[in-house]
Design a protein around this ligand. Structure first.
Ligand SMILES: [Ca+2]
Length: 293
């Protein structure tokens, strides 16, 4: 009973002040923020009729709208197609059904499967809702998840699409398991290829991105042979290294490591302990930052 009361109290507070549920990581705003949702693939749980498709919410035209069937749970989702540093989101709640209680959860996701709810809104009547100050959050998918009949004339996501500076850049490693598992396979953009080390500790892999770039995230897709403990080191010259993150893992799940956006030319994943009897193996290593002229 106590838990239930607390939950309703929380929802009441959220309803009153529109509280962001999850605090963003500390992160300065990036320049280059643009409207990144315009014309991007947009899907929905249902449509009221073919006249109200999901894509109408991201076509940039106020006169068109997505409208759901009269289900109890509906959603609208835009795929930004790139991992994006978010800035702000707004949506125009067009015609909520007056006969149902309306609640909108604003959600983001890296993969379209695992979602983080950032805010609850309770739009009363047609309204323009702004979910601001999202600096520090990154996502590829943005979703509105609603209770009751939904209708949205516009969903606008502003942010900065992040670039993978590692793709195709010179990549070296402490060792390889064999000729089919070179270091460069971690930065070729293919999940089918991978770097794999010899079966000992420690092992490392280094990417030279050729010019200093502001790095805000490192994404690692591990093969089954993950690193149980590793750190991320960065350098401007490949000689003097600074440890910017230390990680401990219990599975081979992918990692998304947030970094402070400092300029870096070399990045090293330094594995101090293997997670299996095999070596350390990475299918994909992405070093992400905003596009820099
Ligand atoms: Ca690969």
């Amino acid at each position: 009973m106590t838990a239930r009361i607390s939950r309703w109290a929380l929802l009441l507070v959220i309803a009153l002040v529109g509280t962001v549920l999850v605090a963003p990581p500390s992160q300065a705003a990036l320049p280059y923020s643009t409207l990144v949702s315009l014309g991007k693939p947009t899907t929905a749980s249902s449509v009221e009729s073919p006249a109200y498709p999901a894509s109408a919410a991201t076509d940039g035209q106020a006169s068109t709208r997505w409208s759901s069937a009269n289900g109890s749970r509906e959603w609208l989702q835009v795929d930004l197609q790139w991992n994006t540093q978010l800035d702000s989101v707004s949506y125009d709640w067009a015609v909520p059904d007056p006969n149902v209680s309306t609640q909108v959860e604003f959600r983001i996701s890296d993969d379209g499967t695992t979602w983080t709810t950032l805010e609850y809104d309770f739009p009363q009547g047609p309204s323009h809702v702004v979910v601001g100050n999202l600096q520090g959050f990154r996502a590829r998918y943005v979703s509105l998840y609603t209770v009751g009949h939904a209708s949205v004339s516009d969903l606008s996501v502003y942010g900065t699409p992040l670039v993978d500076f590692a793709r195709g850049k010179p990549t070296t490693a402490s060792s390889v398991e064999g000729p089919h598992f070179p270091a460069t396979a971690a930065t070729d953009g293919l999940l089918s290829s991978r770097w794999s080390s010899q079966f000992s500790d420690p092992q490392w892999i280094v990417v030279d991105i050729r010019r200093p770039k502001p790095i805000v995230e490192v994404d690692i897709v591990w093969e089954t042979a993950y690193a149980r403990s590793y750190r991320i080191d960065t350098s401007l010259d490949g000689v003097t290294w600074t440890t910017v993150s230390t990680m401990s893992k219990t599975s081979s799940a992918p990692d998304h490591v947030t970094l402070p956006g400092r300029e870096v030319q070399f990045l090293r994943v330094y594995a101090t302990a293997r997670g299996t009897q095999y070596g350390v193996s990475i299918r994909d290593l992405q070093i992400l930052g905003p596009p820099v002229p």
